[in-house]
Design a protein around this ligand. Structure first.
Ligand SMILES: [Zn+2]
Length: 83
């Protein structure tokens, strides 16, 4: 059974039989679903966390929202405690 891999940049599952495996000279292995992802990572040197269409960005966004909500609630709680 073919093993499903995840794109190193966008974080999406790569369809077996498609995509590209890229090995750097220092031995790190990257799997890319498309040339778009490969260029963004290697040529343009972009960080997946900062690109909106990646899975890493979405994950960080949910964490950020969660933290903001928690902070908001904490602020409210202290407000209630004071009043
Ligand atoms: Zn990708």
């Amino acid at each position: 059974m073919p093993y499903k891999r995840v794109c190193a940049f966008c974080g999406r599952e790569i369809e077996p039989g498609t995509g590209k495996m890229y090995v750097t000279r220092d031995g790190r292995v990257y799997y890319f679903c498309s040339s778009k992802c490969q260029k963004n990572m290697l040529k343009l040197g972009r960080i997946p966390r900062k690109i909106r269409w990646t899975e890493a960005y979405r994950k960080e966004k949910t964490v950020r929202l969660h933290l903001l909500q928690r902070r908001g609630n904490e602020g409210k709680n202290t407000g209630i405690a004071k009043a």
